[in-house]
Design a protein around this ligand. Structure first.
Ligand code: RTP
Ligand code: MG
Length: 143
């Protein structure tokens, strides 16, 4: 069964959206197999988004991601990487489809509520970035 890394970003945590977002994951039949709350250091946030180093938005992104606690989770399910990205919606909430998490919860293209891994390779890297094997409770999901 496929796994992906999800982050509820500081803006959504501050707005008390953790439960609402978890509920949407469960409604989509994703299984939460690992989760924790963290306040990222600059080093952790910068390393996580290293692919964007040098982009004009990178410093703002690191500042935003360290502005308060986040909730990092491993979600499991069939085709969950793509389905989680679809549930999150476009980076810019103005472009996000109705019913997506960013349409409902994001403030702007920068302050946008949720992160999701975008490929199998990034999912593996990002899961290992935050979780040890013993912290992940993989299990069969009922249909
Ligand atoms: P994420 O990685 O967080 O799931 O978001 P994404 O794939 O939809 O977007 P990506 O291009 O990977 O950008 C990562 C995060 O950087 C911030 N950003 N701001 N103001 C801007 O132009 C801009 N562009 C990107 C957002 O927080 C975005 O989610
Ligand atoms: Mg991305």
């Amino acid at each position: 069964m496929q796994q992906t890394l999800s982050i509820i970003k500081p803006d959504a945590v501050k707005q008390n959206r953790i439960g609402a977002i978890f509920s949407r994951f469960e409604s989509a039949r994703f299984t939460i197999v690992a989760t924790k709350m963290l306040h990222l250091t600059e080093e952790q946030a910068g390393g996580f988004y290293a692919e964007h180093k040098g982009q004009p938005f990178y410093e703002n992104l690191v500042r935003f991601m360290t502005s308060g606690p986040v909730v990092v989770s491993v979600l499991q399910g069939e085709n969950v990487i793509k389905r989680h990205r679809e549930l999150i919606g476009a980076t810019d909430p103005q472009a996000a489809a109705a019913g997506t998490l960013r349409f409902d919860f994001a403030a702007s293209k920068s302050i946008n509520a949720v992160h999701g891994s975008d490929s199998e390779q990034s999912a593996k890297r990002e899961i290992e970035y935050f979780f040890t094997e013993s912290e992940i409770f993989s299990r069969q999901t009922k249909g």
